[in-house]
Design a binder for this molecule. Structure first.
Ligand code: PLP
Length: 362
């Protein structure tokens, strides 16, 4: 492979497009004639202002973000937003609803529960499915409903925005952001840590409807206050300049490749190939997730008849340059994360390996 690179199936940080990495390499010593790297550049400089403005404009184009939404580049990972969300959108004693379909939405709920709220788990999944819509016990007076659009560990993905009526809907899209078109207008807020589909870790993208801003608790830390981030163009303090620049390159790359419709088409094909291989294995491989909500980004699978083979699978795959296929420590088995930047050939190589491993061991 070019540059000795491997197929990296990590859940994140994850692969970036080779073209983007090559561009960062060309820019490292001298960005666009500035005589310096983006890593060395004042965030108040004209050059960086151009980078962040262009990144926002390109993201707006990709997602057709309506004008009444702010695009923010914030910090602390998606995990910090678990706390920032209640601090921005509630006062003590308010009611908030959480749909829990896996480990990440559970963590988001547990964080919110620290802030003196009436915090409810209104639907709880079994890490393999999404509870039937008519079983959800939504609170009519909730300040928001929070859910995770793609559970990275379990591999459970919603197929479109859930219908929660008029209550503001907040989505953690960390692991499927920009993998397909999304109707932003259905959401009060979408947020995503960058390190899966978008860029280096250290930056989080938050898309927030304007009318929700400016109602944070007086105790909300300045750095977690989305209204302050919005008023300051995501530069209240020194932002993660280099990660933002790389995100911008990824946005341009996606636009060049047919936008999010193009991304969806490629992702559907990759996921199809992998799930078809599992389904065609006569039960040797098994996907624990209910078919209608299987993630196109994170694909957990097991070897149910001979779980002792799973270790060998991961070791032999690693030797074959197929890396990071070990399942999350909480669930075991295997997991292939096949984000935007995983080439189709990567999934072909994995499925070929799976078929050969089965033939050797069945
Ligand atoms: N939410 C989801 C869906 C994730 O997959 C992750 C990380 O893997 C997080 C939140 C936490 O992100 P961070 O590590 O950026 O805090």
């Amino acid at each position: 492979a070019a540059h000795g690179r491997v197929f990296n199936f990590s859940a994140g940080p994850a692969m970036l497009p080779l073209e983007v990495l090559e561009q960062t390499q060309r820019d490292t010593l001298n960005f666009n004639g500035s005589g310096m790297s983006v890593m060395e550049m004042s965030h108040r400089s004209k050059a960086f202002e151009g980078i962040i403005k262009q990144a926002e404009a390109d993201l707006r184009t990709l997602l057709s973000i309506p004008d009444n939404y702010k695009v923010l580049f914030v910090q602390g990972g998606a995990s910090t937003q678990f706390a920032a969300i209640p601090l921005n959108f509630t006062q003590e004693g308010d009611t908030v609803d959480y749909i829990v379909t896996g480990a990440w939405s559970k963590k988001a709920y547990e964080e919110a529960a620290k802030f003196g709220l009436n915090a409810n788990v209104v639907a709880k999944g079994d890490n393999k499915s999404v509870p039937a819509r008519d079983s959800w016990k939504l609170s009519p007076d909730a300040k928001y409903v929070h859910y995770c659009d793609n559970e990275t560990i379990g591999g459970v993905e919603f197929q479109g925005a859930p219908d929660v009526g008029d209550v503001p809907l907040i989505a953690d899209m960390s692991s499927n952001f920009l993998s397909k078109p999304v109707d932003v207008s259905k959401y009060a807020m979408i947020y995503a840590g960058a390190q899966k589909n978008v860029g280096p870790s250290g930056v989080v993208i938050a898309i927030v409807r304007e009318d929700l801003l400016g109602k944070a608790r007086p105790s909300c830390p300045t750095m977690l206050n989305y209204a302050i981030a919005a008023e300051n163009g995501s530069m209240y303090n020194t932002p993660p300049c280099w990660p933002i620049y790389v995100c911008g390159l990824v946005f341009q790359h996606l636009l060049k490749l047919g936008g999010l419709a193009g991304a969806r088409e490629r992702n559907v094909k990759k996921a199809q190939l992998l799930y078809d291989t599992i389904a065609g294995s006569n039960g040797f491989y098994f996907s624990p997730v209910e078919e209608s909500v299987r993630s196109k980004m994170n694909v957990p699978f097991t070897i149910p008849s001979k779980p002792e083979l799973e270790k060998a699978f991961v070791a032999e795959a690693t030797a074959a340059q197929l890396l990071e296929l070990k399942g999350h420590r909480s669930v075991g088995g295997m997991r292939a994360s096949i984000y935007n930047a995983m080439p189709h050939e990567g999934v072909e190589a994995l499925t070929k390996f799976m078929t050969e491993f089965q033939a050797k061991n069945a």
